[in-house]
Design a binder for this molecule. Structure first.
Ligand SMILES: [Zn+2]
Length: 390
C-alpha cells in the first residue's frame, strides 16, 4: 500500500521510464476518496478531489500528477477499509489464475525464502507455504502469526531485514507513490539470483474495454506492458517474463541484470583472436592434435584463413555422437571417429571443441580411462590448458 510521503511524482517526468516527454491529460473529474458504494452512514461528506493525470509519450505510462499526501492519508485511514472484500483483486479468480500458472516455473517447491509486499493474510500465502517456503509479508497493520513472519509497515520506508529468494507484489505497485524508494528497498532484499514477481492492473486493457473511468485516488500509477517493462529496466532489473497486452492484469517476473553490456562485434572479434591462437597451436603441434567435438568450434578452426591444408595429416576429430561417426567434415579428408582408446593412444594433445557444459564429464572420462595426454579447452575463457588433478 502507499505511504504518506510528499509527492515525488513530477508532472514533468515519467515515473516509469524517466522521459520528460509527457502530456497532461485534460478533463479530470472531481472524484470522492472511495468510488465503491458504501453504507448509508458513511455515504455523505466523503472528501473529494480533482484527478489530474499525465501520460508518457515514450512508454505510455499514465500517472496522477497532483497528489495530496494528506488526502491520501485520510483515504487509507478512513475509506480504503470500506471496500467490502479484503484483498479484492487478488481473491478474484480472473486475476489469481494467471498468477498461479506461473508458479511451477518461478516458484518450484523447495526451502526458499519469500517476501510478499502488501499482504497481511496467511491464506493469500498458502500456495507458497504449501511449497515449503519460509514466508515473510509486509503490510500496514499486519500482525504476527505462526506460519508467516508479518511486518507492520510500508515497503520502501519500513526497514525489512534479510534477503529473499522470491519477492512477490500483487496489486500493490500501482498504489506506490515513491516508486524509486520501493525499488531501492527491493535491491536490498532480493538475492543475487532471486526472482521478483509483480502483478498490476493492465491500464491498456482497461481502456480497450471502454470502461468510462479508470482513475481512483489510491492508484497513482496506470501501467501498460511497455511502461511496466520500462520501469523495471530503469530500476536496474531485467525482465524474465511479462505477459501480453490483452490480459486484464500484467504479471512480470524479473531479476537482477546479468552480465555486462552486449557488444557482438567486439565479441566476435575476440573469438577470431582465439581461432588464430588455436591455429598457431596446431601449427606448432608436430605430433598432432585430437579435436574432441565436431561442432561449430571445430568448423571455425578448419575453415579459418589461419588454417593450413597441410595440417590435415596432424588432425583427428572424435565425437560422442554416433550419428556423425564415420562422416567427413565437408571439403576436408577428416573423418569423425569414435572417441575410443585408439584415438588417444599416440599421446596427441586433445582440444575440447565441444560445448563447455560437457567439458567436466569428458575430462573425467578421459582421465578415468588412463588418457594422459595434455588437454586444452575452448570455452568462454578462451583457449586454455585444462588443469586436472587426476
Ligand atoms: Zn515513460
Amino acid at each position: 500500500m502507499a505511504r504518506s510521503t510528499p509527492n515525488p511524482i513530477s508532472r514533468h517526468a515519467c515515473p516509469a521510464c524517466g522521459s520528460s516527454e509527457v502530456v497532461q491529460i485534460s478533463g479530470g473529474s472531481v472524484l470522492p476518496a472511495i468510488l465503491f458504494p458504501v453504507e448509508s452512514d458513511r455515504a455523505a461528506d466523503v472528501p473529494a478531489r480533482a484527478v489530474r493525470a499525465a501520460a508518457c509519450c515514450e512508454c505510455q505510462h499514465v500517472f496522477l500528477t497532483d497528489l495530496d499526501p494528506e488526502f491520501s492519508e485520510n483515504l487509507y485511514a478512513n475509506y480504503y477499509n470500506l471496500y467490502p472484500f479484503k484483498a479484492l483483486e487478488t481473491l478474484n479468480a480472473f486475476y489469481r489464475e494467471p498468477f498461479n500458472r506461473l508458479l511451477p516455473v518461478f516458484c518450484p517447491p523447495g526451502n526458499l525464502s519469500l517476501l510478499e509486499i502488501g499482504c497481511d493474510e496467511v491464506e493469500q500465502m498458502r500456495c507458497f507455504l504449501d511449497q515449503g517456503y519460509r514466508c515473510t509479508a509486509i503490510n500496514p497493520g499486519a500482525r504476527e502469526c505462526g506460519d508467516v513472519r508479518f511486518i507492520d509497515g510500508y515497503y520502501g520506508s519500513t526497514p525489512v531485514t534479510g534477503d529473499f529468494d522470491r519477492i512477490i507484489s500483487r496489486f500493490n505497485l500501482e498504489h506506490i507513490v515513491d516508486i524509486d524508494g520501493f525499488f531501492e528497498q527491493l535491491h536490498q532484499n532480493l538475492k543475487a539470483d532471486g526472482i521478483a514477481i509483480m502483478q498490476v492492473p493492465n491500464a491498456e486493457h482497461f481502456l480497450h474495454l471502454g470502461v468510462l473511468n479508470m482513475f481512483a485516488h489510491e492508484h497513482p500509477h496506470y501501467f501498460c506492458r511497455k511502461s511496466l517493462a520500462a520501469l523495471i529496466f530503469r530500476c536496474g532489473f531485467e525482465v524474465r517474463f511479462l505477459n501480453g497486452v490483452t490480459e486484464p492484469s500484467l504479471i512480470c517476473a524479473f531479476g537482477r541484470r546479468t552480465g555486462g553490456s552486449y557488444d557482438p562485434s567486439a565479441r566476435i572479434g575476440g573469438l577470431r583472436q582465439v581461432v588464430s591462437e588455436v591455429c598457431a597451436f596446431i601449427g606448432r603441434s608436430d605430433d598432432g592434435v585430437v579435436l574432441y567435438g565436431a561442432g561449430l568450434s571445430a568448423s571455425a578452426l578448419l575453415y579459418s584463413s589461419d588454417f593450413q591444408a597441410r595440417w590435415y595429416d596432424r588432425i583427428s576429430i572424435v565425437d560422442d555422437n554416433a550419428v556423425i561417426q564415420g562422416r567427413l567434415m565437408p571439403n576436408t579428408p577428416l573423418t569423425i571417429d569414435r572417441p575410443d582408446d585408439q584415438a588417444f593412444e599416440n599421446g596427441k594433445s586433445i582440444i575440447l571443441t565441444l560445448s563447455q557444459q560437457y567439458h567436466p564429464a569428458v575430462i573425467r572420462r578421459l582421465r578415468a580411462r588412463g588418457v594422459a595426454a595434455d588437454i586444452y579447452a575452448i570455452s568462454s575463457g578462451g583457449f586454455k590448458a585444462v588443469v586436472s588433478d587426476c
